[in-house]
Design a protein around this ligand. Structure first.
Ligand code: NAD
Length: 428
């Protein structure tokens, strides 16, 4: 594995730079995060004890607009992880032409060990700590792993308490009743679905004859699995942090979702009304899911899932990265040598930030769109950007990942140039 997640992330930049004309100024600027803050968050626990949690906010780059990126609550959150996620956000916003730079935040915590009241105090405490570093024109957070609408609502409320006026545009992914956008909850999955619907026919894959395995059954993974199921794809395996289920005949995803929502357990079930019965299936580990003989693999959990240790055993010819950073650079090289096509995270999961941008626009207008309008606008964004990245990959004979970075870099370069680069000042 790469030395750090961030050094692995930066290798993507090195690969792309070779295929486009980028000024030294841009390359130099993009090597470093603009600012990184580490905060301590004291929380009064339900038993009266005071616990202090560590949190981060990274503004990687804001050349193209205010920084944008989610907040993650996870025991593995570290400065290295948050910087990498903020780096990816910079390229993701540029790849799909959202007028934002990249940011990210997180708290090192296992929220499953906290009561809901403790999670609320932690969320408000995080905003107390970072309030001077975020804002609708500075850096706009959103949900990520183990954070959700309710948490975004508490955070927006806390920011508004500090500022003494309501500031809905400071955070996206909020509850609809607090200025959230219709379609935000489904946006990451919907965006990935549009990318898949556009690309799979180019690979001559039709829904009926295409098997899919999805790792991670949270916001992004479970909704995408359902969209694929509804469109006629055979979703044969899904998993969550506790492991996975596999049925060669395909899983009934709406039934699996319903049972997971009610029991918090991932079960291979088929439900008729309120009666759910187990269907023929195998229990598999997350590692086994990745190595299944399927047509399409969708990592939708965490980073560093496909590494040099298991890349050689991956059989799916197409990988659509819904998670951020699920494939390491070493694994990329192995997959490429096997002819496996990887559709990168910065394109596949960009639907989330796109509708976050729409939410921010609606907050600033004070005028709200229907879900249909949101989804139409999302599709209008995702399809042309997917086409452009496809074309760059074909013309330059490079991987889709490198093509997506080239596409993003060209846009970042325009913004850097607009402020003047070395060659400009040499002429003065
Ligand atoms: P989530 O918290 O809703 O779900 C995460 C899922 O991953 C859960 O099902 C969890 O059980 C599972 N999981 C956790 N650890 C696992 C492990 N070791 N192996 C397998 N599964 C594991 O999170 P989400 O919002 O769905 O995010 C998933 C991924 O998508 C993350 O990489 C996130 O950065 C990325 N993403 C999310 C959004 C968004 O809008 N939600 C946008 C862009 C990218």
């Amino acid at each position: 594995m790469s030395e750090t997640l961030f050094s692995g992330a930066s290798q993507r930049l090195d690969a792309a730079v070779k295929h486009t004309k980028i000024s030294e100024d841009t390359i130099e600027r993009l090597k470093y995060p603009k600012s990184t803050i580490k905060v301590s968050i004291p929380v009064r626990m339900d038993n009266g004890e005071l616990k202090v949690f560590e949190g981060y906010r990274v503004r990687y780059d804001d050349t193209r607009g205010p920084a944008k990126g989610g907040i993650r609550f996870h025991p593995n959150v570290s400065v290295d992880e948050v910087q990498s996620l903020a780096f990816w956000m910079t390229f993701k916003c540029a790849a799909v032409n959202i007028p934002f730079g990249g940011g990210k935040g997180g708290i090192t915590v296992n929220p499953k060990e906290l009561s809901l009241a403790e999670v609320e105090r932690l969320s408000r405490g995080y905003i107390n700590a970072v309030a001077d570093f975020i804002g609708p024109d500075i850096d706009i957070p959103a949900p990520d792993v183990y954070t959700n609408q309710m948490i975004m609502g508490w955070m927006m409320d806390q920011y508004s308490v500090i500022k003494r006026h309501i500031v809905p545009g400071v955070i996206t992914g909020k509850p609809i009743a607090m200025g959230g956008s219709l379609g935000r909850e489904t946006a990451t999955a919907m965006g990935a679905f549009y990318v898949m619907q556009n690309m799979l026919p180019k690979f001559k894959k039709e829904p009926k004859s295409t098997t899919v395995a999805v790792q991670g059954f949270g916001n992004a993974g479970s909704i995408l699995a359902e969209l694929l199921f509804d469109a006629g794809y055979k979703v044969v395996a899904v998993s969550d942090s506790k492991g996975g289920i596999y049925s060669k005949d395909g899983l009934n995803i709406p039934s699996v979702k319903k049972t997971k929502a009610e029991t918090r357990k991932l079960e291979a079930v088929y439900c008729e009304g309120s009666v759910c019965n187990l269907v023929d299936h195998e229990k598999i580990s997350n590692e086994e899911l990745l190595e299944l003989d399927v047509d399409v693999l969708v990592p939708a959990a965490l980073e560093n899932q496909i590494t040099k240790e298991n890349a050689d055993r991956i059989k799916a010819p197409y990988i659509f990265e819904v998670a951020n950073g699920p494939t390491t650079p070493e694994a990329d090289a192995v997959l490429e040598s096997k002819g496996i096509k990887v559709i990168p995270d910065i394109l596949t999961n960009a639907g989330g930030v796109t509708v976050s941008y729409f939410e921010w626009v609606q907050n600033r207008m004070g005028y709200y769109w229907s879900e249909e309008e949101v989804n139409t606008k999302l599709k209008e964004k995702m399809i042309p950007e997917t086409e452009s990245i496809w074309n760059i990959a074909q013309e330059k004979k490079i991987s889709f990942r490198t093509a997506a970075y080239v596409h993003a870099l060209d846009r970042i370069e325009l913004a850097v140039n607009a402020k003047g680069v070395k060659s400009h000042f040499e002429k003065v």
